[in-house]
Write a protein that binds this ligand. Structure first.
Ligand code: G2H
Length: 250
């Protein structure tokens, strides 16, 4: 049995209060028929989590954060805890996005601690993994992704509190996407690793998202790949019609 797919929008550092309009347009297009096929989530910047979660009450689009601190509270100026995101109405949080790994030097063990924090707060962690262009070109992709999975996914994970997102770093925001065969190969490896990490019975139920330049025009091909259970969408999630177009690829 395939899990119910999840299409999650990662707004990154984009969005002001006026962006509530985008969520309202998504709500308008999230028909019962579409809802039956796919779950939607929007991860806005933290300043908008509370407001968008309020707009979403009863509307069925989940709201998520883009990062969290490992601790619940304390002297960590500028940081946000998973508990704060949950308090604001989030049910998801992205952890270990390649932009966090790159610009904030987050290592697998940091990502793992953040995922533990997400679980502690009752959030579902969307744990991101993916190889760089150099790693891809030197044939290291599978080893790199395996190491990231083993280091970043906490032992308390299960199909309810964990989503894995495979995002090849070289495909992010570049318009480049790996071949269908490449996506299938990495997603199969992730499924295999999940059997070790969450157990044989639960592993098939964990959603594995593909991320990196997903657009309405390539979504159907990507979503049809074995072990692809949805998408993590950056740029295209900022326009409701594009986001809904990707969701409609199911
Ligand atoms: C990858 C993705 C969303 P984009 O970062 O996480 O962004 O779809 O813009 O490549």
């Amino acid at each position: 049995d395939r899990p119910r797919p999840l299409v999650a929008g990662n707004w990154k550092m984009n969005g002001l209060k006026t962006s509530a309009k985008v969520l309202e347009e998504i709500h308008a297009g999230y028909t019962p028929g579409l809802k039956a096929k796919v779950e939607l989530a929007v991860c806005p910047p933290a300043t908008l989590v509370g407001m968008l979660a309020q707009i979403s009450v009863g509307s069925r689009v989940a709201i998520g954060g883009q990062d969290c601190h490992a601790k619940e509270s304390g002297a960590f100026t500028g940081d946000l805890s998973a508990e704060m995101l949950a308090d604001a109405g989030a049910t998801y949080v992205i952890v270990g996005h390649s932009e966090r790994r790159q610009y904030h030097k987050e290592k697998d063990m940091d990502v793992c601690a953040k995922a533990v924090a997400a679980h502690r707060a009752g959030l579902t962690a969307i744990v991101c993994v993916g190889e760089t262009r150099e790693e891809r070109e030197s044939g290291k992709t599978l080893g790199v992704v395996r190491k990231q999975l083993r280091g970043s996914i906490p032992v308390d994970s299960n199909s309810q509190n964990l989503v894995v997102a495979y995002e090849p770093v070289w495909a992010i925001g570049t318009g480049l996407t790996p071949t269908i065969a490449d996506v299938a190969e990495v997603h199969a490896l992730i499924r295999d690793e999940l059997r070790r990490l969450v157990g044989k019975a639960d592993a098939p139920k964990v959603r594995i998202l593909y991320g990196g330049s997903v657009k309405p025009s390539n979504a159907a091909d990507l979503m049809a790949v074995d072990n692809v259970n949805g998408a993590l969408v950056g740029g295209a999630s900022l326009v409701a019609a594009d986001f809904l177009g990707i969701a409609g690829a199911y």
